[in-house]
Design a protein around this ligand. Structure first.
Ligand code: E4P
Length: 217
């Protein structure tokens, strides 16, 4: 399963990329709005760091505006993926942009029916938001399970990008279900590393080693 980081922060992306386990980046307007500077230049810099798929979202809500912004975003770098929302115009724009050879990530997906529409429109990725579903007492992972089943049934090539991951269990569940990608905030990626027994074990190994060296000396 691929692991993406969900942030617009170049500093955070550099830190996570240095770990050697990063496959791509997702951004959204809320995340990019927090960053200083021109968003196009920031996205270009992110592509240069990651050298993998980087999602940048359109902010237009009408078909023509989405096409214009989508083509503009795609020109930033060959690694750019255009995000369109799961609306009627977003699905139409996905179909058109995908037909032009531009990779599209259909975002704000909350049901298997919506994911089916994204796949039929030729999306390269569809992003079910599991955390936001959990927030309203709906199991986000149940939605991912159904999407995996539907896409397997028909061999849709659209990759399932599990988004709005809030903790390591979301990542593990996404992997267990066979989702293609999980995108997480940097803190969740950091949390994947943590287990107290790893720290305790390492401390003991090093102490034992030092003790033995002192006896030998
Ligand atoms: C994904 O592409 C979205 O940017 C993101 O995962 C949304 O996460 P949130 O619900 O934590 O804002």
């Amino acid at each position: 399963m691929k692991l993406f980081v969900d942030t617009g922060s170049i500093k955070e992306i550099e830190t996570i990329a240095a770990l050697g386990i990063l496959d791509g980046v997702t951004t959204n307007p809320s995340l990019l709005a927090k960053e200083p500077g021109d968003f196009r230049q920031n996205l270009k810099r992110i592509c240069d760091i990651v050298k993998g798929p980087v999602s940048g979202e359109v902010t237009a809500t009408d078909f023509a505006g989405m096409l214009q912004q989508g083509r503009d975003i795609a020109k930033i770098d060959p690694h750019m993926v255009v995000k369109t929302p799961l609306t009627r115009d977003g699905i139409r724009a996905c179909k058109q942009l995908s037909g032009e050879g531009i990779r599209v990530n259909v975002t704000l997906c909350f049901t298997p029916a919506q994911a089916l529409l994204a796949a039929k429109a030729g999306a390269s990725y569809v992003s079910p938001f599991v955390g936001r579903l959990d927030d309203i007492s709906t199991n986000g992972m149940d939605v991912v399970r159904e999407i995996v089943q539907i896409f397997d049934n028909y061999e849709f090539p659209t990759e399932i990008l599990v988004a709005s991951c809030r903790h390591p269990i979301h990542v593990v569940e996404a992997a267990r279900l066979g989702a293609d990608i999980a995108t997480c905030p940097p803190a969740v990626i950091e949390a994947l590393f943590n287990h107290p027994l790893t720290n305790i074990g390492l401390e003991k190994f090093l102490k034992d080693w030092e003790k033995a060296q002192a006896i030998k000396a």
